[in-house]
Each structure stands twice: as C-alpha cells, then as structure tokens.
Design a protein around this ligand. Structure first.
Ligand SMILES: *Cc1c(COP(=O)(O)O)cnc(C)c1O
Length: 251
C-alpha cells in the first residue's frame, strides 16, 4: 500500500491532448481519477469521429487498478467494467459503491476452474476460445452471453481461437444453449494500421456467422476498430492513465 500514488501513477501526465500543465495541481491527489469525466469525453470524441452515427459501447477496463477505479467509472456513468483476472474481479465486485449497477465483462484468459465462481458476476464473457470453455460456461451459467475470441494474428503465443476453428466454436456454443453474441479480438501491437485488415476480416466473419457484436479496439487502436465496425471497445489507459506494474498481476 503506497499512499503516495493514489491515482495509480498520476494519470494526468499523459492525458491525450493535454500536456500543457504537466504536474500542475494534479487532481488525482485530491480524488483518484478525478479527471475521468474529461478523459471519457475525449474517448467519446475519438469514437464519434469515426463511428458514422453508430452506437459503440465503452467498457472501462480496470485491471491493475484498485476498486476506486470502479467507483470512479460508476460515478462517471460507465457501468460496463472489464476485468482480466478472476481474483481481481471478485475483489472489486465485493466492495465499493454502486456495484449493483455494474455489468462485469470478463476479458482475460479464462481458467476453467474459475468459471463457477465467476459465473454469478460476469455479464458478458469475451474470451471463449476453446470447446472445454464453452462446456464449462454452459454448465455454470446456462444461456450466458458470450463472445468467441479470435487470434487474429495467427501468432501461436497469443490467445484466441484460430480463424478456422471459429465457426465450429460458435456452433458448439449455440448448441450448448449459450447466447453467442459476437467475436472479440486484441489487435496486433504496434502501428494501429496493422490491425485494420484483421479487424475488417473479423467483422466479415461475424457477418457470415450471423453475429452482431464485435469487441475490438483498445486505447491505441480504437479508431481503426470502430471504423471497421466495432460495437464494443475495451478502454483502460485512456480512461485511467498508465497501469501500475504489479508483479502479482502478470501471468
Ligand atoms: C488491458 C486490456 C484492455 C485495455 O487496454 P488499454 O490499452 O489500456 O486500453 C483491453 N482489452 C484487453 C483484452 C486487455 O487485456
């Protein structure tokens, strides 16, 4: 517990479009994430610039931040909250104001043995990537809304189902009674333009499979994702600032 950095590393410092007054009267000192409404407005402007009038849901990704990030999100009207780790989600779901309003999105790798404890909390599972997970979620959360995560880069070190396995996984989810809503992907790191063809291909595949939701786009590549048809963006850094590096959060 370091009381020195309540805002988890001075979010004001790298605020997009700011920089005029570095360190001057950091609002985070008085109240963690006090600048979240401004940051959210900036994210909304980035989306609106490319969405051509479409609605895009913003998920506040609070992984790595404390429960006060969830408090701030709820206060700012962001009730869709994303977490990557079961322990963190459970801890943050248990404390803080306005938790009843939160719809938790599970966006990290799912361990099958965590599905039972997560099931009562998770509103949308983004990262279904193998048959055994379909079966586990169908068993513990019958009819749950899910997305199938696709490894759009083909890099075997990255999570997600291979392109050629997505159709079968979607069918298996439907057969198991899950509410398969769409596809999810993390774009390749680096130049966001490299993500564009991958996102376009994901959108085309979702269309062929009759799926309406596309969870794609993060802080660095949300314009490209939204331009290619994203319906859900998952945003952490742009809303809360740089994540604290905590060894116990790395896996
Ligand atoms: C951490 C994370 C995000 C948010 O990333 P930012 O770059 O901080 O916006 C989105 N999606 C997934 C799957 C993540 O792990």
């Amino acid at each position: 517990m370091s009381g020195a950095t309540p805002g988890a590393g001075s979010p004001a410092v790298d605020r997009p479009g700011s920089g005029a007054t570095p360190g001057a009267g950091s609002p985070a000192v008085d109240r963690p994430y006090a600048d979240l409404p401004e940051r959210l407005a900036a994210v909304r402007r980035r989306i609106e610039a490319v969405a051509r009038g479409r609605q895009v849901e913003i998920i506040a990704v609070t992984k790595g931040f404390g429960p006060e990030a969830v408090d701030a999100a709820v206060a700012a009207g962001l009730t869709a909250v994303g977490e990557n780790y079961a322990q963190e989600l459970l801890a943050k779901a248990a404390v803080g104001a306005g938790r009843d309003a939160v719809r938790w999105h599970f966006i990290g790798g799912i361990q099958r043995n965590k599905v039972a404890t997560l099931a009562p909390h998770v509103g949308l599972w983004h990262t279904v990537d193998r048959p055994s997970l379909v079966d586990a979620i169908a068993g513990h959360a019958p009819g749950a809304p899910v997305l199938v995560q696709v490894n759009v880069t083909g890099d075997p070190a990255r999570p997600g189902a291979a392109w050629e396995d997505v159709g079968a996984l979607v069918s298996r989810g439907r057969d198991a009674g899950l509410d398969v809503r769409g596809l999810m992907a993390v774009g390749p790191a680096g130049d966001p333009e490299q993500a564009r063809p991958k996102f376009a291909e994901l959108a085309a595949l979702a269309g062929r499979l009759g799926l309406s939701e596309l969870s794609m786009g993060m802080t660095d590549d949300l314009e490209v994702a939204v331009a290619e048809g994203s319906t859900i963006v998952r945003v952490g850094t742009a809303l809360f600032g740089p994540r604290p590096q905590r060894a116990d959060l790395r896996r």
